[in-house]
Design a protein around this ligand. Structure first.
Ligand code: AMP
Ligand code: MG
Length: 344
């Protein structure tokens, strides 16, 4: 079904949305992390529509969303004790776990891997949609591949109108970054993607976690991601030197007749003069920054600037890991100010 018009549904129309999923269609829906683009995870034709609508590479597997432990048993096998410990502590929530898959899960859903990524989202609408559909729902973020993930229904409509069957309007998502992906098929468990659930919480619950930078085992981490249309330059380091460098880059852009927009911390906002400015939040409030990050990347598009500059000054702890990870993936160029600040 090549969707011609996308139905815009209210949160009280989940029944309609469930029927669409059951009949092999695609529905975008809110979760606590970002909006997902869902289809029946066990129906390869339905899942193919997700890849088609997003323009997603076929070897990038999808997260299977469930609403009960029974559904987990439908898709995964040989579930380790550690998984139950994590599920008890963090589900429903922003933790995706990688487990061995059962054969009912089609190859297209897992990108041909013999493992499956599973998550129970902490969102009323998402859970009601999954339960109403009666099947696990495969759902990547509901954006065109390579674009920033959607944290508002309006973002979904902008990217996906006419490409999917329906979208459920569910307001702004609470966390604003995608789930943390943890591989439980290896010992110790491996962090494949930092995300909405902080690594500190996971370590506090299960002890050792292997943090693999730029994991090759999570195929999704290989591709360009989250990119605004403007060329994005990420300036990392200590805030004062970063501020200095950002001002220099704005001056350079102007000299070449280019407009510049910035994504900055609240602390630096007043010190920067440019064509478009978006305050991500305080360096002391990483939750706020995470929730505003993708809107910020989309803001650069709306502002129509030639060059985007992001202030990479958020500490790499708690939500800061996901924030810096997404900024690095979104950036086309990277400037380090660590040396100037005398920091290694
Ligand atoms: P998205 O749903 O677009 O936020 O991306 C899902 C992420 O989970 C991507 O980085 C995928 O590569 C990763 N993922 C999904 N399934 C697996 C799997 N079986 N093994 C490893 N990584 C996975
Ligand atoms: Mg995505």
């Amino acid at each position: 079904m090549g969707a011609k018009r996308t139905l815009v549904l209210k949160p009280n129309e989940i029944r309609k949305a469930s029927l669409i999923i059951r009949s092999g269609g695609t529905v975008a829906f809110p979760t606590e992390t970002v909006y997902g683009l869902g289809a029946n995870a066990l129906d390869s034709e339905a899942v193919a529509k997700i890849f088609h609508a997003k323009g997603r590479p076929a070897d990038n597997p999808l997260i299977v969303h469930i609403s009960s432990r029974e559904m987990l048993n439908m898709v995964a096998r040989d579930i380790p004790v550690l998984a139950f410990k994590l599920m008890d502590a963090f589900w429903p929530g922003a933790l995706t776990i990688i487990l061995k898959r059962k054969d009912v899960v089609p190859d297209i859903t897992t990108g041909g891997l013999d493992t499956v990524a599973v998550r129970m989202p902490a969102h009323e609408i998402a859970l009601a949609l999954i339960t109403g559909s009666g099947v696990p729902i495969a759902a990547p973020s509901a954006n065109i591949s390579g674009r920033p993930s959607p944290t508002k229904a309006e973002h979904v409509i902008k990217d996906m109108d006419g490409r999917i069957d329906a979208v459920i309007m569910g307001g702004e998502t609470r966390l604003g970054v995608e789930s943390t992906v943890l591989d439980l098929t290896v010992t110790p468990p491996a962090l494949l993607r930092p995300g909405g659930l902080c690594l500190e919480e996971i370590i506090g619950t299960i002890g050792e976690v292997n943090v693999i930078e730029e994991s090759v085992r999570s195929p999704g981490m290989r591709y360009t991601h989250y990119s605004p249309k403007a060329k994005l330059i990420l300036v990392e380091g200590e805030r004062k030197s970063v501020l200095f460098e950002i001002k220099r880059l704005i001056g350079e852009s102007r000299k070449h007749g280019l407009t510049a927009g910035v994504l900055v911390s609240r602390e630096s906002a007043l010190d920067i003069e440019c064509d478009a400015k978006y305050i991500l939040g305080s360096v002391n409030d990483l939750k706020e920054v995470a929730s505003r990050l993708f809107s910020g990347l989309r803001f650069l598009d709306e502002a129509g600037v030639d060059v985007g500059i992001a202030e990479g000054v958020f500490p790499e702890k708690r939500e800061g890991r996901a924030i810096m990870n997404r900024l690095r993936k979104a950036a086309k160029e990277w400037v380090s100010c660590y040396k100037e600040a005398g920091i290694k």
